[in-house]
Ligand binder design. Structure first.
Ligand code: FMN
Length: 319
């Protein structure tokens, strides 16, 4: 099963689907499964813990995977990135910050440089900095994002960055989303939420169940979980998750949070793993489309089959 685009040619893959580098969720096994199913699997290098990243490479078991890092954190410590480049990684995705300081090191290693951006201005900057692929991420996404929506952001980025392939991210979790993204001028999609409940994902079992029962209507875009996790995210990016008892309790309680942050954070840290009423289920508005736990290969096949059918036989409104 294959859909060929400018992206698949550039990356030498068969399916224009990239696994989002979900921190703590996209480990080596999930990334390898997506690569083996024809896409590009990215390990979620997240905040750049070298030992964790090393372990995930082993679990990828020789599959041709890439890795993603949170850019503003790399500026504090880039050891994990450097060891990946020495290893000869296929692709590096950088998101949430200026890619310029790392661009030449990534490109001269031979890896493809993928920049995930949240605004049109950042897309232009990434193009100027030499990105090989630009992911235009809308706020529908699970995890951190900016405030633009995928539908208008993607074609605007396509128009702005010339020949650089653009990948759509945020709210895409089935073949309809892939077909629609291609219609917007994207050369592929990057999906996170769609793979969160997969067998190979590192998400807790309760988190997978919660993602499947969750609804797009129930997502929140908030800085709360970063505050209690002690992560100093710059204010332009907040995190989309399902709401839960913890988020409902502290919604609109900025003053109480500021005054009692250390005890609230301690309560958060004391939660048992899998207590999804305290820790967040990190999926986006595509939660409605997550219907079952299954393998990453089955998820890939489902997306591709539907997209192929739609691209060959457009819905009645287009005919
Ligand atoms: C659980 C989770 C963790 C994420 N962690 C990261 C991350 O560490 N770095 C990153 O660039 N993006 C991260 N993202 C965002 C993804 O890169 C991507 O933009 C998003 O998943 C696309 O939207 P979707 O979830 O609707 O597919 C994460 C997303 C999820 C769902």
């Amino acid at each position: 099963m294959a859909i060929h685009t400018q992206l698949t040619t550039l990356l030498d893959i068969d399916a224009p689907i990239i696994l989002a580098p979900m921190a703590g969720v996209a480990g080596g096994a999930l990334a390898a499964a997506v690569t083996r199913a024809g896409g590009l699997g990215l390990i979620g290098g997240g905040y750049g813990d070298p030992a964790w990243v090393e372990r995930q490479w082993e679990l990828a078991d020789g599959a041709d995977v890439g890795i993603g890092f949170i850019n503003w954190k790399l500026s504090e410590d880039d050891r994990a990135l450097r060891s990946c480049l020495e290893r000869g990684v296929k692709a590096v995705l950088l998101s949430f910050g200026d890619i310029t300081p790392f661009a030449s090191a990534v490109k001269s290693s031979g890896a493809k440089l993928i920049a995930q951006v949240q605004t049109l201005e950042d897309a232009k900057r990434a193009a100027d900095a030499g990105a090989d692929v630009i992911v235009a991420q809308g706020t529908e996404a699970g995890g951190h994002s900016g405030q633009r929506a995928t539908l208008p952001l993607v074609p605007a980025v396509v128009d702005a960055v010339g020949n650089i392939p653009v990948v759509a991210a945020g709210g895409i979790a089935d073949g309809r989303g892939l077909a629609a993204a291609l219609m917007l001028g994207a050369a592929g999609v990057m999906c996170g939420s769609a793979f969160y409940p997969c067998d190979e994902a590192l998400s807790h079992d309760h988190a997978k169940d919660s993602a499947i029962s969750g609804k797009g209507d129930d997502t929140i875009y908030s800085g709360l979980f970063d505050m209690v996790r002690g992560l100093n995210w710059p204010s332009e990016w907040k995190i989309r998750t399902l709401s839960n008892n913890f988020s409902r309790r502290w919604a609109d309680q900025d003053r109480a949070l500021a005054e009692h942050l250390s005890s609230i954070a301690a309560e958060y840290r004391a939660a048992a793993p899998g207590d999804m009423q305290t820790v967040p289920t990190i999926v986006g508005e595509a939660a409605d489309l997550l219907t079952q736990r299954r393998s990453a290969a089955d998820t890939m096949a489902d997306i591709l089959l539907t997209a192929q059918a739609l691209l060959g036989h457009p819905p009645a409104a287009l005919t």
